[in-house]
Design a protein around this ligand. Structure first.
Ligand code: NAP
Ligand code: MG
Length: 509
C-alpha cells in the first residue's frame, strides 16, 4: 500500500504533459522523423482527447534502426558487467525520479487509473533493478584428460522486441532488462495506440546508454513488423501480444531462422474450493475483473467455484463489485479505468452480447458505463456472467476486458479437466486451506504459473510465461537471459603432435 499524490497534484502533473508533441523514432540516441511523413495520434480513451503524436514507421525507418543497433552491438557486448549493472540501476533511478509523471502518462494514454499506472511504474523500476543483478554472464569449464572445454555465454546480437498496449512501460522494462543485462542491442516496437510512456523512457535511455544500444521505432505492426523480424541483421525476436500476430511473427522468423520468445494470451482458471477463504477469493475475482479493466493476459477470467459455496461466494463478489468507484482515471479514488481504444471497446461489448445471446446470465454489469463529466469515455461496467457453459464463446476466447465467467463444480477431476480444456495455458489460481489439495490442483493445471491463495502474487524473479498456445519462453526471471544469449564451446587440446590416425604404412618408410 502507498499514499498516492492528491487528485489536485496529479492534475497539475498532467497539465505539464505536452499533448501537442510529435515524437520521432529514437535511432542512435537521436529523435528522427519517419520517412513516410505520416503521423499517428495517441488518444486518451477516457476523454477522447489527443495526448501526443507519433511517427508511422516503415521499412526504411526499420533499416536505419537496425543499422544503429548492429553498429552498437560489438562495443556494448564487450562492456564490463559492472558497467551494465550501473546503467540498469541508473535507468531505474530515472524512472523513480519521475514516478508520478510516468504513472500519469500511462493513465492518459491507456485509460487505466493513476493508481494502476503508479504500480506499473513500480514494477517497471523493479525489472531494471532485478536484471541489474544478473549482468555477469556465467559459463562453465569442463575438464577431460588432455582437453579442457570452456563454455562461454555470449549475447546473441541485435534483438527485435514487440510489445502491446496494456502495460507498455512494464512490457518495455521486462524485455529491455534481460536484453541489456546480456549485452544485446535492441530495436523496440511499441503498439501504435499506447506508447507515450515508452517514448518518455526512450528519452531517458538516450541520455544514459551508448548510442544505438536501444532504438525505438513506432508505427503500425503491419508496416514495421515484417521488415523488423526478417531483417538479416536481427538475430532474435521477443514478442508479447496476440496469438494471431504471433503466428505471423513466427512465420517471419522462419525466413532467417531466428529464435523467438512468445508471451501470448490466456484464459486462466481461478479455482475456488469448498474450504476456501471466501472473502479473499471474492476479492481476487473482483481484482482480476477490474484491474487494468481486465486487459491483463494473466487475468483469471474463468472462475470455477465449488457448488456448495457458490451462492454465498457470488453474493460476496457482486457486493464488492457494487462498490467499485468510477470516475476520472487520474483521480486516485477511481477504481476502474477506461478501455484502451475504440477497437478494444467494440470487441469487449461484442463478447458481452455473445454471452447474453448464448444464454449466460448477467450477474453483474453487462453494459457500457457512463461516467459523469466523461460522457465520451470508453468505460465498461465490470461484468460477471453465471450459468456459463463450457462451449460458450465467452468461456473459450480471451476477452481482454472486464468480463469474468463463473462455472460451478463438484467433482475435482472433472473440474481440472475443464480448466485444462483451453488452447491457452498461461496462469491460474487455487483457493483452499488444504495444502495437499492445493498442491495437487496446482500441479495438475497445464499452465506456466499457479497462485495459491492470492492471485497476481508475483515478484521479480518468479518466471512468467505460457504453456500451450500461450507461448514459449519465460520472462521475469534470470532464466530470460538464456533467450538473449547463446553458448559457445572453446575446446583446448593439451596433447602435442598429431593423433596418428593417418601414419603411413611401415612398407612406405
Ligand atoms: P497484437 O495486436 O498482437 O499487438 C501486439 C504488438 O504486435 C503491437 O505492437 C502490434 O503493433 C504488433 N503487431 C501487429 N501486427 C504485427 C505484425 N504483422 N508484425 C509485427 N508486429 C505486429 O496484440 P494486442 O491486441 O496489442 O495485445 C493484446 C494481446 O496481448 C492479448 O492477447 C494478450 O493476452 C497479450 N498479452 C500477453 C502478455 C503476456 O505476457 N503473456 C502480456 C500482455 C498482453 P500495432 O498494434 O501497433 O499494429
Ligand atoms: Mg494493434
Amino acid at each position: 500500500m502507498f499514499t498516492p499524490p492528491s487528485f489536485e497534484q496529479i492534475k497539475q502533473i498532467a497539465a505539464q504533459i505536452d499533448c501537442n508533441r510529435i515524437y520521432g523514432h529514437l535511432i542512435a540516441n537521436e529523435w528522427v522523423d519517419g520517412e513516410s511523413g505520416v503521423v499517428i495520434e495517441l488518444m486518451n480513451p477516457a476523454t477522447r482527447g489527443i495526448v501526443g503524436k507519433i511517427q508511422a514507421g516503415n521499412a526504411y525507418d526499420v533499416d536505419r534502426a537496425v543499422r544503429a543497433a548492429r553498429d552498437a552491438f560489438p562495443g556494448w557486448a564487450r562492456t564490463d558487467a559492472l558497467e551494465r549493472q550501473r546503467i540498469l540501476l541508473e535507468i531505474a533511478a530515472r524512472l523513480r525520479k519521475r514516478h508520478a509523471e510516468f504513472a500519469v502518462m500511462e493513465s492518459l494514454n491507456n485509460g487505466k487509473t493513476f493508481v494502476e499506472g503508479f504500480l506499473d511504474v513500480q514494477n517497471a523500476i523493479e525489472q531494471f533493478e532485478y536484471y541489474a543483478g544478473h549482468t555477469h554472464l556465467k559459463g562453465e569449464v569442463l575438464d577431460f584428460p588432455n582437453t579442457m572445454a570452456l563454455t562461454h555465454r555470449e549475447p546473441i546480437g541485435v534483438v527485435a522486441q514487440i510489445i502491446p498496449w496494456n502495460v507498455p512501460l512494464l512490457m518495455a522494462a521486462i524485455k529491455l532488462g534481460p536484453a541489456l543485462a546480456a549485452g544485446c542491442t535492441v530495436v523496440l516496437k511499441p503498439a501504435e495506440t499506447v506508447c507515450l510512456s515508452v517514448l518518455a523512457l526512450a528519452g531517458e535511455l538516450a541520455d544514459i546508454l551508448p548510442k544505438g544500444v536501444v532504438n525505438v521505432v513506432t508505427g503500425y505492426g503491419s508496416d514495421v513488423g515484417e521488415r523488423l523480424v526478417t531483417h538479416p541483421d536481427v538475430r532474435k525476436v521477443s514478442f508479447t501480444g496476440s496469438r494471431a500476430t504471433a503466428q505471423k511473427i513466427i512465420s517471419y522468423a522462419s525466413r532467417s531462422i531466428i529464435p523467438q520468445t512468445m508471451e501470448l494470451g490466456g484464459k486462466s482458471a481461478n479455482i475456488i474450493c469448498e474450504d476456501a477463504d471466501l472473502d479473499a477469493a471474492a476479492e481476487s475475482v473482483v481484482m482480476s475483473t477490474v484491474i487494468n479493466k481486465g486487459e491483463v493476459c494473466l487475468a483469471g477470467s474463468r472462475v470455477f467455484v465449488h457448488r456448495h459455496v457458490r451462492d454465498l461466494f457470488l453474493e460476496k463478489v457482486t457486493q464488492l463489485l457494487g462498490h467499485i468507484r468510477y470516475g476520472n482515471p487520474l483521480d486516485p479514488a477511481t477504481q476502474i479505468g477506461a478501455v484502451s481504444s475504440q477497437v478494444q471497446f467494440d470487441r469487449v461489448m461484442n463478447y458481452i452480447e455473445s454471452g447474453k445471446r448464448e444464454g449466460a446470465q448477467v450477474a453483474f454489469g453487462g453494459s457500457r458505463a457512463v461516467v459523469p463529466d466523461l460522457a465520451d469515455g470508453l468505460f465498461i461496467q465490470p461484468t460477471l456472467f453465471t450459468g456459463v457453459q463450457r462451449d460458450m464463446t465467452i468461456f473459450r476466447e480471451e476477452i481482454f476486458g472486464p468480463v469474468t465467467s463463473v462455472i460451478d463444480w463438484d467433482d475435482e477431476a472433472d473440474m481440472i479437466a475443464a480448466a485444462n480444456d483451453s488452447i491457452y495455458g498461461l496462469a491460474g489460481g487455487v483457493w483452499t486451506r488444504n495444502l495437499t489439495k492445493a498442491h495437487h490442483i496446482a500441479r495438475s493445471l497445464d499452465t506456466g504459473t499457479v497462485w495459491v491463495n492470492r492471485y497476481y502474487n508475483t515478484r521479480p524473479g518468479m518466471a512468467l510465461g505460457g504453456n500451450k498456445q500461450s507461448g514459449f519462453g519465460r520472462e521475469n526471471t534470470h532464466e530470460a537471459l538464456s533467450h538473449y544469449t547463446q553458448l559457445k564451446s572453446v575446446v583446448i587440446n593439451f596433447q602435442e603432435g598429431p593423433i596418428g590416425l593417418f601414419a603411413p604404412p611401415p612398407s612406405a618408410l
